[in-house]
Design a protein around this ligand. Structure first.
Ligand code: FEO
Length: 394
């Protein structure tokens, strides 16, 4: 494989997971990468490892530059196993290496892999001198786990923020300026919506903290996807916008259907919303997945969710969706619920309760239709869509 160099003696030694299609429920249609970096100096540091299935490849990549046994430091920015599960194998070979982690990272390493590691803990502002290079550490709790931290190569202004600013995007090119920009931003958006959205306020505060520390990265090298070198400010600004849940005149209709009635309602609601000039996205679950739905919801002003009633409950795909979306907590949206029922209601009531319990702003009442919507019912659906569009446009 062609060597990938970020700066003199700073190398990408990560791996490409072309075939990954499901990352704990996140549908990764373009695969992913687990990025690890090697800083070769008087002392040599490996920043992060990779998923254990690629351990041998990581060792081969490191050995292109240095004998793994000679590693002095292994930086563990984050203990989630896509980044740490090769650590036991690397540490076994790098017997003299000191492992650097946050205090919570140390605990998490023990809880994942047991003891036996030589761990030194660091906190925000601590530095590690390698020779010409200095590594500075910045704790970043909840970006993505409590243990997370960023590593900054001071002299080259390279920020290695692990999960932050990543994309689940497998590519034979490792830099942002070498890939299709539309695809890159699509994957970066999807990643933020499905991984970091619940932590929006923390994202904004962390960016402000970094700026306050005088850090202005020339390169942002995340642990997934390509490295931002052409314009790192672009992804920082995108994160600031996303963290504020900035929305545009857009409504997302998410639904599923049993015998087509909720589908008819969804289409009429969409037509009503579109009649006000609003951008509308219509996503039927089982045709689209939750990952795609959350990506569309990120910049929407309203989300209209439809489910038929089955056994006095939501349709199973909607139950999974409500579970997923309330966990990710998109903010500043108006929510409304609709659906068809037969002899007993339940779906709209259940979805409304779940949304309210999650703190979502719910427009009530929702809209329910018995069995099959007739012309008047569809007119009501159209009108509901139009009214929601008018409400959020105002
Ligand atoms: Fe890429 Fe939170 O792990």
């Amino acid at each position: 494989m062609e060597k990938v160099t970020l700066a003199e003696n700073i190398h990408w030694v990560g791996v490409i997971d072309w075939n990954l299609r499901d990352f704990h429920g996140y549908i990764t249609s373009r695969g992913s990468m687990y990025n690890a970096y090697l800083v070769v100096d008087e002392k040599t540091a490996l920043v992060d490892t990779v998923k254990y299935t690629f351990s041998d490849e990581l060792l081969r990549n490191i050995n292109e530059f240095t004998d793994v046994a000679k590693l002095d430091y292994i930086i563990v920015n984050h203990v989630e196993m896509d980044h740490s599960s090769s650590l036991p194998m690397v540490a076994e070979r790098a017997k003299n290496a000191t492992i650097i982690a946050s205090e919570k990272g140390k605990d998490a390493l023990f809880e994942h892999y047991g003891g036996g590691f030589n761990i030194k803990t660091v906190k925000t502002g601590d530095e590690l001198k390698l020779g010409k290079r200095t590594l500075r550490f910045i704790e970043a709790p909840m970006l993505h786990w409590p243990d997370s931290m960023f590593t900054y190569v001071v002299e080259d202004r390279i920020l290695m923020p692990n999960d932050a600013f990543g994309q689940h995007f497998a590519s034979s090119h490792q830099f942002d300026d070498e890939v299709d920009q539309h695809v890159l931003m699509e994957e970066a958006t999807k990643y933020y919506a499905n991984i970091l959205m619940p932590f929006g306020p923390l994202v904004a505060r962390k960016i402000q903290e970094i700026v306050g520390m005088g850090i202005s990265p020339a390169i942002i090298a995340p642990s997934h996807g390509v490295i931002w070198r052409s314009n790192p400010g672009k992804i920082i600004q995108s994160y600031l916008d996303w963290s504020e849940c900035k929305s545009r005149n857009k409504i997302v209709v998410v639904y599923d259907t049993m015998w087509g009635s909720t589908d008819k309602m969804a289409r009429a609601i969409s037509e009503g919303a579109a009649s006000e000039g609003t951008d509308v996205k219509l996503l039927k679950l089982r045709a689209s997945d939750n990952t795609e739905a959350l990506t569309e919801i990120l910049d929407a002003k309203a989300v209209v969710v439809g489910s038929p009633t089955i056994n006095n409950q939501m349709f199973p795909t909607l139950a999974a969706f409500m579970n997923y979306v309330t966990g990710l907590k998109p903010r500043n949206k108006v929510w409304c619920f609709f659906g068809s029922y037969g002899w007993g209601r339940g779906a709209v009531r259940s979805m409304t309760e779940i949304a309210k319990n999650a703190g979502f702003e719910v427009r009530e009442p929702g809209l329910e239709v018995k069995y099959v919507p007739d012309k008047d019912d569809l007119t009501q659906c159209f009108e509901l869509g139009r009214q929601i569009a008018t409400q959020v446009k105002a």
